[in-house]
Design a protein around this ligand. Structure first.
Ligand SMILES: [Ca+2]
Ligand SMILES: [Ca+2]
Ligand SMILES: [Ca+2]
Ligand SMILES: [Ca+2]
Length: 386
């Protein structure tokens, strides 16, 4: 294939060497048969945008002054690819609004100015408050200024804050770092992690927002036949008489996975021990679902805190990082790391059932270390600033 592109060509088609705007125009030349392109600011294309081939495209450079490289991968109908790159120098203007700012025009919508150069609207005030306690940092700008930024995807719920559900669907999720939602397996799991008042944390969102999240099914293995993604293979569901199109076949408030692998109850029978109490409520209140009496704790290793959770344990606050590691935050809500990260006491997990995380605790580097930023997940699983 024969392909080429130019950054900010002038009227005569000559390339300009420098710019003071992160937004650039690309003109693309391509031979017959080239169908799509993937654009990126990094050579490994780990953060990229794909689209149908077009002669003219707008693109946003990485922030900060310096030489910038744009990479384009061209793809033809036969699946052949070719990557070419071009450079331009970006001189950041003396007066500019820094990435990470909160902006508002004459309307009521608040936007987060992302490192991607786009403004991201907060879909509602509850989602805004998952990130920011008050409105002190919002900068009011003219509608003209606001209109100079492309509008990007809406802001996601911050990890470790609300639980999220989408209208119409009963599934409840815990937001994790990088616009990811971890499915909560059941009401029992929600009660064990968040306590009896877990339902007060649930924020109901417009189903249209679901598409902006990456959904994490904790026990699902895509290499196995598991239509309901509950972590129980079709074959095993058949053996136990449960359904591979329902995560809780007997609707007793425990998922088929938890019944089969953690509690040893019957996934096709709501009240395994026939004592008049269903398996879900019995386990959630730590009563034996397979006999009489109270049980000491949930099965070891069965339940864990979602990534991004803030936990109060033994009088100290801990944060579960993106890497799964637990970090010591502070002793009080007034200490540096707690306030620097704008943690909100309202979202602290202080559940009755202690989930063991004594192993693998570490400390933040600095007494006021900032770790929480709006971030997105790349195709390779790493987090990048939103
Ligand atoms: Ca299944
Ligand atoms: Ca099932
Ligand atoms: Ca059952
Ligand atoms: Ca029972």
């Amino acid at each position: 294939m024969t392909v080429d592109f130019k950054i900010n060509p002038d009227a005569k088609g000559k390339e300009v060497k420098e710019t003071d705007s992160r937004f650039v125009n690309l003109t693309i030349a391509y031979s017959v048969g080239v169908e799509s392109i993937r654009l990126s600011n990094t050579s490994d294309l780990s953060i990229s945008e794909s689209q149908d081939i077009d002669g003219k495209i707008q693109w946003t450079l990485f922030p900060g002054s310096g030489e910038k490289t744009i990479f384009i991968e061209f793809k033809d109908a036969a699946g052949g690819t070719k990557i070419i790159s071009k450079k331009i120098t970006y001189n950041q203007p003396k007066f500019y609004i820094p990435e990470g700012s909160l902006l508002k025009g004459h309307g009521s919508t608040v936007y987060y100015l992302g490192y991607d150069g786009q403004i991201h609207p907060f879909p509602n005030s509850a989602l805004y408050h998952s990130w920011y306690v008050n409105f002190d940092d919002i900068q009011s700008v003219s509608n003209i200024k606001l209109g100079q930024y492309p509008i990007g995807m809406p802001m996601c719920a911050r990890e470790g804050t609300w639980l999220v559900k989408f209208r119409v669907s009963p599934a409840v999720y815990a937001p994790e770092p990088g616009c990811r939602l971890r499915l909560l397996r059941s009401e029992t799991e929600a009660k064990i992690i968040y306590g009896a008042n877990w339902a007060k944390r649930v924020l109901e969102l417009d189903p249209i927002l679901e598409g902006y999240y990456d959904i994490n099914y904790p026990d699902y293995d895509p290499d196995k036949i598991d239509k309901d993604k509950d972590g129980v293979e079709k074959e095993v569901e058949q053996e136990y008489g449960s359904s591979d199109s329902k995560r809780d076949s007997d609707e007793d408030g425990l998922s088929d996975f938890e019944e089969i692998y953690y509690w040893f109850t019957d996934p096709a029978e709501a009240d395994t021990d026939a004592d008049g109490y269903k398996d879900g409520p019995e386990t959630a209140s730590l009563h034996s679902p397979v006999g009489s009496g109270k049980i000491e704790s949930a099965p070891e290793g069965a339940y864990g805190y979602p990534l991004g959770s803030l936990i109060l344990s033994g009088g100290k606050y801990y944060y579960r990082g993106y890497n799964g590691q637990y970090y010591y935050v502070s002793k009080t809500t007034k200490d540096g790391v707690f306030t620097a990260n704008k943690f909100d006491q309202k979202f602290v997990i202080n559940s009755a059932v202690k989930i063991d995380f004594s192993a693998g605790k570490s400390k933040f580097g600095k007494p006021d270390a900032k770790i929480i930023r709006p971030q997105l997940r790349t195709t390779k699983g790493a987090l990048v600033d939103f």
